[in-house]
Structures are given as structure tokens and as C-alpha cells.
Ligand binder design. Structure first.
Ligand code: GLY
Length: 315
């Protein structure tokens, strides 16, 4: 018997509380991370995930998610899904009911329909208001499809790079939720869900649904999951790298810092950052970040509620 433990990105509080209750009843790590993600996905006030997520440059919400089972290394993921919520559940069904790992766009929407999911517009009034406001701030008009790549580039950048280098990017464009759980049977599972980069070019896919980049989980060595600018984690396979560093015998702290060094070697643009949460098979947790001021959530069995902790950086 293991004592249950969870670690998550900062926005995972409500999901973690429900999932920890499930783990304490003997529920599986897979069920716990799926449940936790769904709670955040359903929250219209979280504009980084699921229902109410920030739209792409055309005003469409495109969802990405992945889930991984540390006991078997099975994984499932969906990307660029429109018109259906709860992307994490769809990702789990890819893992459990298809021979595939990743299904995207029309294929994922077809699968959702086949599985009896109810289509639902994922846009909320508030998300659309924010979406239009950013066009206004930059003197642009929604609807023009000429040179969409330049419009997307302008809209995904912070307005004032000097003042808002971290804050604007975090608040306005980037966001994701991560959960890793250790259950009473000693199994690990990890889940990641996002609406991706706000105002992104249509069809852009970040790290969240890419196993190895934004999510990785292996009972033998540990698990890692990412938030931030997905392009960075894709380029250096951040989640898998951290777990591989653990496999090579590094401590959790050293493994996370080595994964950060891989990221810091990239030519990241202004406002582009990456965060990682991780857990070892015996339930040690940590958070890491390439920029100052970031925190993560964790909860152990003896804690009444999740606690925030500072993420480590490279010294
Ligand atoms: N980390 C989420 C994304 O880049 O889409």
C-alpha cells in the first residue's frame, strides 16, 4: 500500500481536492487524474483549458489533451478538437478503445460523436470578449483571413515586451493544467489538458497532447508534465527527458534542473517560458520553471487541502 500523493499546476486546486478523495477511497491514479482534469476543463472561469478556453486567431476553441498510465506505458491523446469538451476523457478513450495514441481534429471529433458525446460550443462570452479585446488593443479587425500567420504572430506576442514580459504571456495567451497522481496500489498516472496558445494559428498543436514533450509517466522512474510555451517542450522532449534523467540515477531536483537547462539552451522568444511538475515512484514531488515567481500545487495523504510551493529554477 502506498499513501496517495498528487502534484499539479497552480490552477488545479478544485480538481486535486476531488481526485485526492477518490485516491483515498482506493481509486486508481488514472481515474484520479482524469477526474481532476475534467473539473478544470468544465470550469468556464479557467480560460486556459476546456470550456471557456481562449480561441485561436479565427475565434475557434481547439482543445488538446493527453493521459498516460505509468503501470503499462499506455497513452492516449487528442489534438485540435473543436465542438466537444472534456478532451481528457476523449484522450483516455483513444488509449482504451483504439489501437492508436493520438487522434486529431476531424478524426477526434468523429470519435467523440461515435462514443455518444454531446457536441457543445466551447466558447463563452467572456472568452470571446477577451479574444476581441486583444484585436482591439493591437488595432486589428477579426475576420480578415489574409496573411493569417502575421495576425497570429502579432496577437500571440505580449503587447509591451518590457513591462509585461512574463505577466502578459501568462495571463493572456498561455495556460494548461497538469496532474500527476500516485495511488494506493503504487501506480502513477499523468494527465494534461489545454486550449493551447490563445490566438494561435488554426491547427497549431502544443506539447500537451504529445507524449514525451508535455506528458510522460513510468511507474519505474517517475512522471513529468508541462505548462508554458509548448514549442519549447516539443523541441527538447521535456517530460520524457526529465524521466530519463531520473532513470539515469539523478535526484528529482537534479533531473528537473537538467530538463530546465535543455530548455534554457533554446532561443526562446520574449514571454516564452516553460514549467514542469514531476513525481518519483515513492511520491516525492517538485515543480520547476524557467522564469521567476511560479508555483505549483501538491497534496499528500496527511494534508487537508492542496498547498502551493515555489518552483525551482536553475541556479
Ligand atoms: N503548453 C500548452 C501549449 O503550448 O499548448
Amino acid at each position: 500500500m502506498s499513501a496517495p500523493v498528487m502534484v499539479a499546476s497552480e490552477n488545479g486546486r478544485r480538481g486535486m481536492m476531488a481526485a485526492m478523495a477518490r485516491l483515498r477511497e482506493g481509486g486508481s491514479a488514472l481515474d484520479a487524474v482524469e477526474l481532476a482534469c475534467r473539473i478544470v476543463e468544465d470550469d468556464p472561469d479557467d480560460h486556459s483549458v476546456g470550456y471557456g478556453g481562449l480561441p485561436n486567431v479565427l475565434g475557434e476553441v481547439e482543445l488538446d489533451a493527453s493521459i498516460m498510465d505509468g503501470a503499462t506505458l499506455r497513452a492516449g491523446a487528442v489534438a485540435a478538437v473543436q465542438g466537444y469538451g472534456r478532451a481528457i476523457t476523449l484522450a483516455r478513450r483513444v488509449m482504451e478503445e483504439t489501437p492508436h495514441v493520438l487522434i486529431v481534429a476531424r478524426g477526434a471529433e468523429r470519435l467523440a460523436s461515435e462514443l455518444g458525446e454531446t457536441p457543445q460550443d466551447q466558447r463563452t462570452e467572456e472568452a470571446l470578449r477577451r479574444w476581441r479585446e486583444r484585436y482591439d488593443e493591437r488595432g486589428l479587425t477579426p475576420g480578415s483571413t489574409e496573411n493569417l500567420r502575421n495576425v497570429a504572430r502579432t496577437l500571440t506576442r505580449p503587447l509591451n515586451l518590457q513591462d509585461k514580459i512574463y505577466k502578459a504571456a501568462r495571463v493572456d495567451t498561455l495556460g494548461t493544467v497538469n496532474f500527476i497522481a500516485l495511488d494506493t496500489h503504487g501506480n502513477l498516472a499523468s494527465a494534461v489538458s489545454t486550449s493551447g496558445l490563445g490566438w494561435k494559428y488554426p491547427g497549431r498543436v502544443g506539447d500537451s497532447p504529445l507524449i514525451g514533450a508535455g506528458n510522460y509517466c513510468d511507474n519505474r522512474y517517475g512522471a513529468a508534465a508541462c505548462t508554458g510555451m509548448g514549442e519549447l517542450a516539443i523541441r527538447v522532449s521535456t517530460a520524457r527527458s526529465l524521466v530519463l534523467y531520473l532513470k539515469c540515477g539523478m535526484t528529482l531536483r537534479d533531473a528537473g534542473r537538467e530538463a530546465l537547462r535543455d530548455l534554457l539552451a533554446l532561443d526562446a522568444g520574449a514571454g516564452q517560458y516553460m514549467n514542469i511538475v514531476a513525481m518519483t515512484p515513492d511520491g516525492e514531488v517538485a515543480g520547476f520553471t524557467t522564469v521567476p515567481g511560479k508555483q505549483y500545487l501538491y497534496q499528500r495523504d496527511d494534508m487537508v487541502e492542496p498547498q502551493l510551493a515555489d518552483r525551482w529554477m536553475v541556479e
